[in-house]
Design a protein around this ligand. Sequence first.
Ligand SMILES: [Zn+2]
Length: 170
Amino acid sequence: MKKHEDYITHINNSEDNVYLKSKHFPVNMRLFQTSPEYKNIILQQCNYIRELCLDVKEGYKKPHGMSSANAGLAFNIIKITKNRLQDNEYCKILINPRIVEYMGDLVETTSNCGSITLENSIKLKRSSEIIVNYFDEKGNEFVELFTRETGAFTIQHEVDHNLGILITDY
Ligand SMILES: [Zn+2]
């Protein structure tokens, strides 16, 4: 079986820190629309992140989400797993995700991270509802409400990653 650490960045590796502690670059959506070759590079990165998520590796359970920071890529792309561990499981990709509004209650939750692999999850507070601006893989722009049930906590974790923020920074 493939090993988690052979695919995912980790704070214990100094060469991985630039991915885990930097703000990621936005995908240039103008070039995405006009250059099929540029679009293809971005879609390959989306597919790579998708494969990393759905293919469980030794040393870590199947994640709820993933960021390009975890994958060692520099563009701002995240994904969340829908219907996790069910037959109809799939990855929803969000390109250039940006949380435009935090709503609902601040809820205490427990969190761990594939790039920190804490022995024990830590507690932190997340908004139960967020509005996210993002693009899908067809280049369509969305402004969508996510609740706790539809991935609000996971999206906050992954958006933080691509801003260079880790759960241990809270
Ligand atoms: Zn993480």
